[in-house]
Design a protein around this ligand. Structure first.
Ligand SMILES: [Zn+2]
Length: 166
């Protein structure tokens, strides 16, 4: 039996795997990062899971904003724009990396957006537990929407950034 800890980012109860190295700037518990890595491995390794990949990356990033610094501010901004483009503007996953790159021009400084008090109804743990590609897709979609909703105080700012991309 392994102990559980609460992830400082998404507040999920995750396995305590303190010996793992934390990601340098994502604000997640190592056990949460481990679950995320396994979800990513499934998305890379099984084409049936691949369509959910972009939303997974964006949702995970905005739920683990970390502490205010240049890189974390940029990460949160870029991934919130990703959610906005996917969920509100119907942009397909294939377009997002290119759009994201255009937004993150070299030396651009994004303001730090204060993270929401509530992180929404779902976390990576439910997505990780999905047993079929269909269940995974539905859960990732709900998870991404709840993450986007959690950041509603900053929607106007994020939409302004999304507008820059046409
Ligand atoms: Zn987490």
């Amino acid at each position: 039996m392994s102990a559980a800890v609460t992830c400082p980012g998404c507040r999920a109860s995750v396995p305590d795997v303190a010996e793992m190295r934390e990601h340098p700037y994502v604000g997640s518990a190592p056990g949460c990062w481990l679950l995320y890595s396994e979800v990513l491995a499934r998305e890379y390794g099984d084409l049936r899971y691949t369509p959910a990949h972009q939303l997974t990356v964006d949702a995970y990033a905005v739920l683990h904003p970390g502490v205010p610094e240049r890189r974390t501010a940029q990460s949160v901004a870029i991934h919130l724009v990703g959610l906005c483009l996917s969920l509100e503007r119907g942009r397909g996953p294939g377009e997002l990396p290119r759009l994201r790159q255009r937004l993150a021009a070299p030396k651009r400084i994004f303001p730090w957006l204060e993270p929401p008090a509530s992180v929404g109804e779902l976390t990576i743990t439910q997505v990780h537990a999905a047993e079929t590609p269909e269940a995974d897709r539905t859960l990732v979609d709900r998870w991404a929407r709840s993450a986007w909703e959690a950041w509603s105080a900053h929607h106007e700012q994020v939409r302004t950034w999304a507008d820059e991309l046409g």
